[in-house]
Design a protein around this ligand. Structure first.
Ligand code: ADP
Ligand code: MG
Length: 627
């Protein structure tokens, strides 16, 4: 796959003035802000020296909004008003929620009927995930401006590679709400690669394994002389350290054989205790889960590293399945990978590293802090986009890929892929379509995302119409449809009828995005059903062709009835009726055979029509003017 170079956007900066630009890792669990100081990327600490800001927002009693460590401390006591992992809700609907852990708030929707983007009911009112994320971003913006002593020019904000259109849009909206100028959204693994590539000048093929609190991403990147090429991406938007906490909490709950279900507060306390024990097990062989239920009651459980590993091995196995898929997509074997880069706090877990070492035959790279590497890479990109880097050759940007193919619905419910999966972005592709019916003046365009051949198996992104096409014979209009995906991964589609220049356009902004693991599931089903899909495509195509034939012939039989004897007329009509019955069925070979037979049977009739048309055209004309 080729890489592109993007030049710096906007005007070039005044000489010697540096624009204050930051990279922000807006994480599910923790968020960080980084910048370039004295040519070195570094994370900016809060007043107490901590670089990580827990992505937690408490809507407290007296109307204040508390962000970070302090908010996290209230997660147990004020569970319903202390929002954590809000990133999981970005661009989502209530129906997208899966686990119990996710359903721990009071949700609603703008219209109250459960449809559309979800909202969270707190004591300070109903809030969208965008507003909650904006609080985190605002806190980091303030931290950066205080620390750098000036107003920020802009920020690069990272998102998981698997974020779809709605989730990216929601992230941008949150930044806007926080008063940040978004220079670009950047995929997290990509940012990590930037940080590693520039720090180490590594060459080779690397696999970025990012296991955070709530998301898991794998990307395979080829690095050479500071230029990066993305070979493939895979992952699971609902797999992370939180699941390890939940598995350990479940184990404790079952071991204690508690008879009553836990209150939200009790659940939050248990999860927090499980998390502390889990992190302890990274450095110690044993740890104790210690939960106070209030009123002097509490429970404790000793856990060994071995038990913890056994309980959570299925989660590690799921990450390894994604790793294998990414390798398969990139057409690589484990041996082809020169290094595995660890990103995300959960990659500190010992048996995660063991699994990677077993698969790749060498220990993963972990020379950089896995918590900070994404923010550092984003800071490097931000600095470039702000135009702070002198000299040329340094300003190339690593480009991301789109995770799912983008296409259009065509006749028969089929998908015509316009931009294939894993295309580097920004990308623009155009394709020509035509009208199906005579005199057709409007065309409905349906934009879909997914790998399957049939529209019903793909995700619908948007519908729009091209109107005002001049009436023409079927097949002669030229409708050029252009798909454009910008550097943030956002799609816009336009359609133009090129003979008349009639144009229609849509920015694809779905109301909410793909559900959890849906992308993975969609990819998997695309692989599994390639064969069924081919048959379905053959059937749909046969139907479309047969329908066009029967329609055209029926019309001709009406127009030129006089050219046929009664027996001929009846024979053709009965063959048309037969083919129409077959179209209703699902035997594509029978449809093709009957279509061919009808074609043959109607050849004579077509010949007579042609003769008549030619005779009419020639009547009363001078032969010299015709040739
Ligand atoms: P995110 O990208 O989702 O914000 P992070 O990269 O900050 O997440 O990772 C957070 C996850 O890392 C949490 O689940 C946390 O418990 C886990 N984590 C942090 N430190 C350790 C550790 N020492 N051992 C195991 N897991 C850890
Ligand atoms: Mg992260």
């Amino acid at each position: 796959m080729a890489f592109l170079q993007i030049s710096e956007p906007g005007e070039s900066p005044e000489p010697h003035t540096r624009r204050l630009a930051v990279g922000i890792d807006l994480g599910t669990t923790n968020s960080l802000v980084a910048t370039i100081r004295n040519a070195v990327p570094e994370c900016l600490p809060d007043s107490e020296g901590r670089t990580m800001l827990p992505s937690a927002v408490q809507y407290a009693e007296e109307g204040q909004i508390v962000v970070g460590h302090e908010a996290l401390a209230h997660r147990g006591s004020d569970a319903l008003n202390t929002i954590t992992s809000v990133k999981r809700f970005m661009g989502r609907a209530i129906a997208d929620l899966r686990s119990d852990a996710e359903a721990r708030y009071n949700f609603t929707t703008p219209t109250g009927d459960g449809k559309g983007p979800l909202q969270i009911i707190t004591r300070q009112g109903t809030l969208s995930p965008i507003e909650v994320s904006a609080e985190i971003l605002r806190t980091l913006k303030t931290r950066a401006e205080e620390s750098l002593g000036g107003e920020l020019y802009g920020a690069v904000i990272t998102v998981p590679a698997y974020f779809d259109d709605a989730q990216r849009q929601a992230t941008k909206d949150a930044a806007k709400l926080a008063g940040l100028n978004v220079l670009r959204l950047l995929n997290e693994p990509t940012a990590a690669a930037v940080a590693y590539g520039l720090d180490q000048h590594a060459e080779g093929t690397f696999l970025i394994y990012d296991l955070g609190g709530g998301t898991f991403d794998v990307s395979i990147l080829r690095l050479s002389r500071g230029v990066f090429e993305v070979l493939s991406t895979a992952g699971d938007t609902h797999l992370g350290g939180d699941d390890f906490d939940a598995a350990l909490a479940k184990h404790a709950f079952e071991t204690w054989a508690l008879t009553r279900a836990l209150s939200p507060t009790g659940q939050a306390s248990l999860l927090a205790a499980a998390r502390i024990a889990k992190e302890q097990l990274t450095k110690d062989e044993t740890a104790t889960i210690n939960v106070g239920w209030g009123c002097g009651f509490g429970s404790t459980l000793d856990v060994t590293r071995e038990t913890f590993a056994a309980i959570t091995q299925p989660l590690v196995d799921r990450t390894m399945a994604c790793v294998k898929r990414a390798l398969r997509d990139a057409k690589l074997k484990a041996d082809d990978i020169d290094g595995v880069v660890l990103v995300g706090g959960a990659t500190r877990t010992p048996h995660v590293r063991t699994a990677l070492e077993a698969h790749f035959g060498k220990p993963p790279l972990a020379t950089m802090n896995p918590d900070e590497v994404v923010a550092l890479g984003a800071a490097i990109q931000a600095d470039q986009l702000a135009g702070n880097q002198s000299g040329d050759g340094e300003s190339h940007l690593l480009l991301d890929v789109i995770p799912l193919s983008l296409g259009l619905e065509t006749m028969g419910g089929l998908v015509e892929k316009i931009i294939p999966r894993n295309s580097t972005i920004p990308v623009a592709k155009a394709q020509e379509f035509t009208t199906f019916k005579d005199g057709q003046t409007a065309m409905a365009l349906h934009v879909v995302q997914g790998e399957r051949e049939l529209v019903t198996d793909c995700r619908s992104l948007a519908r729009f119409e091209l109107r005002g096409i001049p009436p023409m014979v079927a097949g002669s209009a030229r409708i050029r449809v252009t798909f454009q995906v910008d550097a943030d991964g956002l799609l816009s589609v336009s359609a133009t009828e090129t003979t008349s220049n009639v144009r229609a356009e849509v920015n694809v902004k779905p109301s909410y995005g793909l559900g959890d693991g849906e992308i993975a599931a969609m990819l998997q089903s695309a692989f599994a059903s390639a064969n069924t899909d081919m048959q379905a495509r053959a059937l749909a195509e046969a139907r479309v062709d047969a329908l066009a034939l029967t329609t055209a012939l029926s019309n001709a039989l009406v127009d030129d009835r006089a050219l046929l004897g009664d027996a001929e007329f009846a024979a053709l009509n009965s063959q048309i009726a037969h083919l129409k019955t077959l179209i209703e069925g699902s035997d594509h070979r029978a449809i093709v055979r009957a279509s061919e037979a009808l074609n043959v049977a109607s050849t004579e009739f077509a010949g007579r029509r042609m003769d008549r048309a030619v005779r009419e055209a020639l009547t009363g004309r001078d032969i010299a003017k015709i040739v």
